[in-house]
Design a binder for this molecule. Sequence first.
Ligand code: BGC
Length: 785
Amino acid sequence: MKRRQGISPSNINGMFRCSTVIRTITFTITLAVLAVVTYSCVDRSESKPRMTENNTRKYAPIVEELLAKMTLEEKAGQLNFYVGDLFNTGPTVRTSESDKFDEKIKNGTMTGLFNVHGAEYTARLQKIAVEESRLGIPLVFGADVIHGFKTVFPIPLGTAASWDMALIEEAERVAARESTAAGITFNFAPMVDIARDSRWGRMAEGAGEDPYLGSEVAKARVRGFQGDDLTDEATMAACVKHFAAYGAAEGGRDYNTVDMSERLLRQTYLVPYKAAVEAGAATVMTSFNELNGEPVTGSKWLIDDILRNEWGFEGMVVSDWQSITEMVAHGNVADNAEAAAMALKAGVDMDMMGDAYLDHIPDMVRNGKIDEAYLDQAVRNVLQLKYDLGLFDDPYKYSKEAREKEEIRSEEHLAVAREAARKSIVLLKNEDKVLPLTGNEKTIAVIGPLADNQSDMNGTWSFFGEAQHPVTFLQGIKERAGEGTNVIFAKGCNLYDNKTDGFAEALQAARKADVVILAVGESAVMNGEAGSRANIGLPGIQQQLVNKVMEAGKPTVAMVMSGRGMAISELHEQVPAIMAVWALGSEAGHGAADVLFGDYNPAGKLPVTFPRHVGQAPIYYNYKHTGRPYEGDYSEPLSERVYKSKYRDVENSPLYAFGHGLSYTTFEYSPVTLSDDVMEGDNTLTASVEVTNTGDHDGEEVIQLYIRDLVGSVTRPVKELKAFRKEMIKKGETKTFTFEISEEDLAFYRHDMSWGAEPGEFKVFIGSASDNVQEASFSLKKSEI
Ligand code: BGC
């Protein structure tokens, strides 16, 4: 294995041109220097894992007792994790041979299964492990419960748009209640990868582009899954993924290379993982990508140094699907054996779908190629997870059929899903107050390939939610409109072909209607894993369908489904009212109808920028100013903007900015008042704003606070979100919002990579969106930095 570069004697000797005596002396000194250099360069972790020395964690006595009894094969077996036979979420082709789970459980070569479910099924497999394997170690059952189990919530990007942490926590609690009842105790969520490039399909699974919002969401999700007590039968271990920087794939292409400065990594990309770890997440999953030339799954720096030693993470680390053996394809190791050794030494405890630990580690230990201490440490972490989940006390506690029947899709859970659906919707545009509908419309035309489409309502990563369950938009609208309204439907076109033969019927329906509701956008598989797209506008011929329907000249609302920021400039030009509806899950139709008819006043705000054009990607609100900034709209003479940082053909500004989202009411913000214009010593400042509901509906508003450091030893972004609050403001009411700002809010990784704030001028912005704010200024005074 190629690791660190040492200093070779020839290099050092070559530096000297002197007499024999001097050469002899030099040679002696050289040897001494070499000894020191070699000592400090040698990878001393060869003999002992550093984490074993530093780990202060107390393991349960049963963990040590079992470890003492285990053979090398049994130890490696405890690290070996397989997908079940219900869903395949990766490239593995199942054979009858690989599916012989019962055998693997009996002979202790499998620690558990993932993406299986069902109280009866998991209890049956658990019984084999407990009663028929030599040591009776219980299995752990994992799954991707990404946005609900059988009760499906909006995709994570959708619930992030609610900016409602209590709601997110509650939704994840429901997800945990349902999935634990079906035997699942280890959830591969939350996905907290920062995503600034909408071409990347997995943006759908995270909380968008911002590290602060992303951290708040990450913490809420961890609290929701894990509760206060992991041994509780209704809580499960969270798994923070995909560590690290997976969302920065070049070109937005899934699994692609990531190359970035350590500063950007720490300042932006690592922030939500750290927040989730601090919130107590029990496990972490490594990512597929390489980072700066090193595949993350083999990165001792990321896993051992940063995650475990710097952040103090004491839980279990699992690889992503075959990400250990994929290092061979990355090209930093020659074969699976080298990959296994590298990952184990980096600190990856569990091997998902690679079989690399099982196939290679026992022999490598026997041959002295790897210290058994690494293996033991990984086994400890896995067994301790099982212990923390209470599986040694009662291996069947999560597989209870009675609880399963009671919990799954209970009325109470569906009510939370409806609340989540309506709160995730973002009203992007509402000209001429097309929305809310009056309820007196005689005819409503509901048009589009997603209007009455159950199978796509659940969105990406929702294989537990059955396709027959979700309420479609058409169903929801019909139900709410009631008997007196004629709701007509025309599909218009398909999602995957270019047939225009439905256009005429769609136009006819629009002509008959008082109002037209278009449901367009992405299907469930057009985002999510392996769902990157180079064109991020409306897929297929949907834009042509919109053009056709607009010929009717009727008030029109477009509901855009997506798992990313969409480039929908053309739609924006044509359609007076537009809502981002992501994929809303089980209660999609009800949640959408609540908003359309004004039973719920929308308050969602974008967690991700919507570009004007895909060519702007990556685009995000917290960009750097540059030396030649351009913030205009092309109205000045060309000569004034020609050498500015811009495109010739598309404005720099986004179509809809981060934090944007309208309401049926209007909110007026007062100027920002600061408690002082100087921050000094340990003092904090407060920034206040009065927000008045000046419209004619009660409504919730998300008040957002951003900060800019005008001059830094390292250039700083034009704006960074530091706080927000979501609150109901009744019509006519004025509320005062006060935020505390401390020096920590001004800190960043400085030139020498130390963390701290620098004296100087700062701007504080408060408003309803990143591009709609009031501002004030203050300065930070410090005697030393
Ligand atoms: C994904 C993970 C997921 C795992 C198991 C992988 O392909 O990247 O997010 O948890 O499969 O389904």
